[in-house]
Design a protein around this ligand. Structure first.
Ligand SMILES: [Fe+2]
Length: 555
């Protein structure tokens, strides 16, 4: 019924700490109170992989102290929940369940997928001392076939090289994936030594890393601060690949080639694991989660390289999705309920009424600041808005309920004309202030996908990248990456009627069933409330803003 990340409320990207506001919102949306809740699922199991933990605990006392603090945080959940709702923990009637990290990832993908049977793979940095887990699902059950324990981790491998390349922020792996398209994989052999395929999985050559000695040092100075990671690559990595890049150093071709080599090695390992999984299980469908499942470039190659023909990636494949995964794990695997739900759209966050939007607009005083405000009927709104986009103007588009997961999918989006090659720079200069090498994404009418892309399997959550057909590339240059791919969102009328109608109106005007879609924010979490959309509109140089039925233009 509802799913949302705490960051959308407290406005701190990747916020940690107890998600009290998110829980309050979900209960409100469901019309429930805390006392109505029978089961609470917590996606962390302190007893998972205890032997591995103890082995490393003896070697890394400081890491163990950090983990112990985290453990305390997670064992006090009934108390934290009661405190957030100002009640006595003794009055909570709910049963608390612990679900291991990667089992929650797998559950988040399989139990909401459209598949009755599917192979499952979760891969990330680290969670409950594992980095990777695979198995299969059938009906209301999943079965685990294997896992890879710390310190071997594809996520930490990618993060370590991301750091080495001078991108130090949490989540910067995306930038390196974008950069990879500009290089040649000239260092592939080096990366084949750094990560080796091993049995059904892989192993890291640990001399190139430090995390197995120090632990992956994630600092959360205060509960609500953005996380930062300690240094993860060793001097051996620099000896092998050359000197590291500092964040202020210029990007050279060598760096692009390294990014390209890293990405290719990730694909070799990840797709290799998937291929073996397809062979072992004999299944045609696969469900993916964990941070590595956001590697849309690798995901786009699954159809050609693994034997799988159907792919489902949970829209919140990162650790936010653990909440949904743990809940479904309890509902199906533990309580044995029959499968009854497919997450075929991602609009599970807060929505606002016409009156709430109207009040936000009035309170903002836009009318006095030379903006024009009109309330339009559906057809007129689509015509006007499509014309604004086709005219090369930048549109803020705020509709319905906020997206679940990190991608804006047409409810909290900035939309622009994909036909204009200069649009990428215009967006970067005026609003997004991102590195120029990062691509923007196309949203396409689902029924037109095969005409514009070389594959047509649905990508409703922007988790797959396909090649744009060569003859179409100069028709949508703005969201086509330098290597000819696009991280597309396929939009159906069922999943998002309004966004579909907007793209349809744009197609009727221009012959192109595609718009450029980027998240509605400016170096902050994606906007959630109409007030934040209005703030962002005023701070940036957006040309027009649609909030529900209201169209706001600068005159
Ligand atoms: Fe994870």
């Amino acid at each position: 019924m509802a799913a949302v990340e705490e960051e959308r409320f407290n406005r701190v990207k990747y916020a940690a700490g107890f998600p009290a506001q998110a829980i309050r919102y979900c209960l409100k949306e469901a019309g429930l109170e805390l006392k109505d809740i029978d089961h609470v699922a917590v996606p962390r199991n302190p007893y998972a992989r205890l032997a591995t933990k103890l082995f490393y605990a003896m070697r890394m006392p400081s890491f163990t102290r950090e983990r112990a603090k985290v453990l305390v945080k997670f064992t006090g959940i009934p108390e934290a929940l009661a405190q957030a709702f100002d009640t006595n923990p003794a009055t909570l009637g709910a049963k608390f369940h612990r679900v291991e990290h990667h089992q929650a990832h797998l559950a988040s993908a399989f139990f909401v997928s459209p598949f009755e049977r599917a192979a499952l793979l979760s891969a990330d940095g680290l969670g409950d001392f594992a980095s990777t887990m695979w198995g299969s699902g059938s009906g209301s059950r999943m079965k685990i076939d294997g896992a890879i324990a710390f310190p071997h981790s594809l996520g930490l491998f990618y993060s370590a090289v991301t750091q080495y390349l001078g991108f130090l922020k949490f989540g910067d792996e995306y930038k390196v994936m974008g950069l990879a398209a500009y290089g040649e994989a000239e260092q592939l052999e080096a990366f084949r030594d750094i990560v080796r395929a091993n049995g059904d999985g892989f192993r890291l050559e640990l001399e190139y890393f430090t995390h197995h000695r120090t632990g992956p040092e994630m600092s959360w100075a205060e509960a609500d601060k953005t996380p930062t990671l300690g240094r993860m690559f060793s001097e051996a990595m620099e000896r092998r690949l050359g000197p590291k890049r500092n964040p202020e150093d210029p990007l050279e071709q060598r760096h692009r080639n390294l990014a390209s080599s890293l990405q290719l090695r990730l694909e070799e390992i990840y797709l290799g694991m998937l291929k073996k999984l397809a062979q072992r299980t004999g299944l045609k469908a696969v469900c993916l989660a964990g941070g590595v499942a956001f590697n849309c470039v690798a995901n786009g190659k699954i159809f050609d390289k693994t034997g799988f023909e159907q792919v489902y990636v949970h829209p919140a494949a990162g650790d936010a999705g653990l909440a949904v995964g743990a809940a479904y794990y309890v509902w199906y695997q533990k309580l044995g309920k029959p499968r009854a739900f497919v997450m075929d759209h991602a609009y599970w966050g807060p929505g606002y009424t016409r009156e709430e939007i109207r009040r936000a607009i009035d309170a903002n005083g836009l009318g006095q600041n030379g903006c024009q405000i009109e309330e339009l009927a559906e057809h007129a709104l689509m015509q006007r808005t499509a014309a604004i986009i086709a005219n090369g103007e930048i549109l803020g588009w705020f509709q319905g309920r906020a997206e679940w997961g990190p991608r804006a999918l047409g409810n909290r989006s900035i939309v622009a004309d994909p036909r204009r090659p200069e649009m990428k720079e215009v967006l970067n200069q005026r609003i997004k202030h991102r590195e120029i090498f990062r691509p923007f994404a196309p949203s396409i009418l689902a029924e037109s996908t095969g005409e514009w892309f070389e594959k047509s399997y649905p990508s409703p959550f922007m988790t797959l990248a396909y090649s744009v057909r060569p003859e179409k590339r100069d028709k949508i240059p703005a969201p086509t990456h330098v290597d000819g791919t696009g991280r597309l969102q396929t939009v159906t009328r069922d999943a998002n009627p309004r966004y579909w109608s907007l793209i349809k109106a744009f197609e009727q005007l221009t012959g192109v069933p595609v718009v450029l879609n980027t998240s509605f924010n400016d170096n902050e979490p994606i906007v959630c409330r109409p007030e934040e959309a209005l703030d962002c509109f005023q701070r940036t140089q957006m040309d027009a803003l649609v909030l529900g039925d209201f169209l706001i233009t600068r005159s």
